[in-house]
Write a protein that binds this ligand. Sequence first.
Ligand code: 5AD
Ligand code: SF4
Length: 486
Amino acid sequence: MTDRNDIETLIAAADLTRPAPAEEPARQYYYIKKARQLVKEQSEERGRPLTACSVCFGCQMNARDSEKLMGILKDVGYEESEDEDSDFVIYNTCTVRDNADQRLYGRLGFAGGIKKHKPWMKIAVCGCMMQEQASLDKLRASYRFVDLIFGTHNIFKFAELLCTMFESDRMVVDIWKDTNQIVEDLPVSRKYAFKSGVNIMFGCNNFCSYCIVPYVRGRERSRAPKDVLREIEGLAADGVKEVMLLGQNVNSYGKGLEDPMSFAELLSEVCRIDGIERVRFMTSHPKDLSPELINVVRDEPKVAKHIHLPLQSGSDRILAQMNRKYTRESYLALAERIRREIPDAAITTDIIVGFPGETDADVDDTIDIIRRVQYDNAFTFIYSKRTGTPAAAMTNQVPEADVKRNFDRLLKVVQETARMRTAIWAGRDEHVLVESVNEQNPELMTARMSNNTLVHFPGDASLIGQFVNVHLDECHGFYYMGTMLN
Ligand code: 5AD
Ligand code: SF4
């Protein structure tokens, strides 16, 4: 990863009197320089700096993508704003469940209303949902006021697309079906100074039968270890203390690289980087989680004691229908191994209720696993039919009332067990990273334990971004109240 000064030198050297270079990232440096001119002209016309607002739906991957989008926007001259009443608004969409889609339409309607009074306002939509033809068609037909649409594969072209948008009076649409390109070394604007997500791979090859992700994020591609490590060294030099290594299935990292490297090896290497004090990762597929990885989590003090291990279902029949490639026995054996090797580690999970053909007995099997594993936390989702996935074509969709009933009884067990697990740390001293001022009470600070549990304690904002030791006084369900020790 080239550092910020090097990138600036390369942008300054771009020659706008010549056609844009074909190779990346030089091409984007050229368009960043050009976009700077275009934004400057518009800002002179308005007699004030232009503002840009980025709204992000979805997962950590999308959050990281939004930091890249804001990196470009700030670089070309926009001031960042939280307010959708801005000169430029970009929605980075998610399509994993239907409610994410519906949220976009609501927000877009609102932005369209603002634009009626601000004709110069530009609205862009990008991300996972735009990789689906039906959503794209809907925007084209009913949201004509949108100026720019692109997908997940060409986000690195954002500067170029901005220039195209400024020079066009029609909706600009650029969607790629897939890519094997990974473009590095573009500006990024981090949301937090002290922690950062780091993509280690893109896409997914698993094709779980309910999941849209492989269709919208494409085939699995790993970044070269040297690029990942250089990026993290750069982040450490910039004051970042905690990184989260991101991928749809981090345990299959490294397959297909010229010099193959396992995720366990990469994780150990990341721990060697000075300045990085804590390393997290997300998400692990149970079918690929290796004993070596469990050992690295156990033995490396920098690795957070937290493994997110999506179960989805505890019924062998449903797991097979979901194409998950593990059984309840193999999952339980894995969870037991983690509990045995790393007793302090939190295990969290994702569960889907209402997959086609799921019976009460299947849900009983899932609840049985929840009781056995004792998850520290679990995200429970109602199955959402995603057009184009194999599960959407299954004829035995479950009636809504049954899904709701099963969801409620499963959630009750999840909450009971998570409360019990969270409570066992009471009285301990924990090394925590202070993240923010408490949202409800400005005299409290909010910090994150190694196992991902939050603790609130009296303190002041100068502690944000620091590791401190906190005594865990009292468990309040899913979080702690504590007292700082140093
Ligand atoms: N319906 C409901 N939940 C889903 N997930 C993924 N696809 C669907 C779907 N179609 C959940 C899974 C996954 C999490 C990110 O979202 O539990 O682990
Ligand atoms: Fe949503 Fe999946 Fe895209 Fe993340 S990768 S934003 S969860 S659809």
